[in-house]
Design a protein around this ligand. Structure first.
Ligand code: MN
Length: 351
């Protein structure tokens, strides 16, 4: 494999848009959640593994998550990544039961992230964390993070202790994101207690499959509940090649329409844009985090639009340099590759 370099000599910069970091405050809260009686099985499976497992990969990840300086920059250099768009790692504050503590963790993380972005303005940009459990405070924090700290988006790690963003109690969060013109990155969480059972039993609860199922459903709930009719300018970014939703699109449209015609569910109401796919094409961006796979990327570009598919690495969870080289080598015009790696991210995150 040829040496990967930053600086754009291949014809585009590489901007990675779903890159994770952590804070000591968040780690302390995770430890307290895991020590409490009857901890959440998803948190236990995910964070229990990444905090303390002696294997080489979780040890590397635990260390890399806390590095917002030289170690991270060296890893980016070695992989040819010009810029990371950073977000507080999953499930972040969504799994913290003490609401005040959750909000404090998000606010401190935003301050730390803004400081790193100020120290390395040509390498780091960031997304705001918040604690949706306290929606008015989360809305104020989103406004502070965008206007005062210069953060570019909002990260929400899918379900909030088993609740979903279409619940009207979270309306102020969506309203603030829309008002600030800040996209929401709907990042995965492990499935909640009432969904995780058979996945956990089969070792399929995490990034391997459960993440995509849970987050894909969350994204669909936002559409079918009419969130985008209430907040038409709201934009949501989903990773992992759109959590496989592009591949489902035809059947989603058919069965959703059939369900509405039959008045089958109280939850399902006719939508202004009618089809689920119209919202996927007009209110969503999709990144390829964790999916360094040319056919899936091209399929998504084809059905969602080339201007809506962005590059992401998912550092430090999945970051082989070979994946970057593989994506550079895609059979795709230089113009389209530049949109994928660089210019779509510059537009969406206002870089
Ligand atoms: Mn991720």
């Amino acid at each position: 494999m040829a040496q990967l370099t930053t600086g754009g000599s291949q014809g585009y910069l590489r901007i990675a848009t779903e890159e994770a970091f952590s804070t000591p405050e968040l780690i302390a809260a995770f430890r307290d959640e895991l020590a409490a009686p009857d901890p959440d099985p998803g948190l236990q499976s995910l964070i229990g593994f990444y905090l303390d497992h002696p294997a080489e990969r979780p040890q590397f990840i635990a260390k890399a998550l806390l590095d917002l300086g030289e170690g991270r920059l060296a890893d980016m250099d070695a992989r040819g990544i010009d810029r990371q768009i950073l977000a507080l790692t999953a499930p972040a504050t969504n799994a913290v039961h003490d609401v005040d503590r959750a909000a404090m963790i998000a606010e401190t993380a935003n301050d730390r992230l803004a400081e790193a972005c100020r120290a390395h303005p040509d390498r780091f940009s960031g997304m705001a964390a918040c604690a949706p459990q306290d929606a008015p405070r989360a809305a104020r924090e989103i406004e502070r993070a965008v206007t005062k700290l210069g953060l570019k988006a909002v990260v929400i790690n899918s379900h909030i202790l088993g609740e979903y963003l279409d619940n009207p109690k979270f309306s102020e969060v969506l309203e603030a994101a829309e008002a600030m013109d800040a996209p929401i990155y709907l990042h995965p969480n492990t499935p909640p207690r009432n969904m995780i059972g058979p996945m956990l039993e089969a070792g399929l609860d995490g990034a391997v499959f459960g993440f995509g199922v849970e987050t894909g459903m969350h994204a669909l709930r936002l559409i079918t509940s009419g969130v985008f009719d209430r907040f038409p300018r709201l934009q949501v970014i989903i990773g992992h090649m759109g959590e496989a939703l592009p591949f489902w699109m035809y059947r989603l449209d058919f069965m959703h329409q059939a369900g509405i015609r039959a008045n089958r569910y109280e939850f399902l109401k006719p939508l202004k844009k009618e089809k689920v796919s119209n919202y996927l094409k007009e209110n969503f961006y999709m990144t390829n985090s964790g999916v360094a796979w040319e056919p899936a990327i091209k399929f998504t570009q084809d059905v969602i639009g080339k201007d809506r598919v962005l590059y992401a690495m998912d550092y430090p969870y999945q970051c082989p340099a070979e994946e970057v080289a593989k994506l550079d080598a895609m059979d795709m015009s230089l113009e389209d590759k530049k949109m994928f790696f660089q210019t779509n991210a510059e537009r969406v995150f206002k870089l």
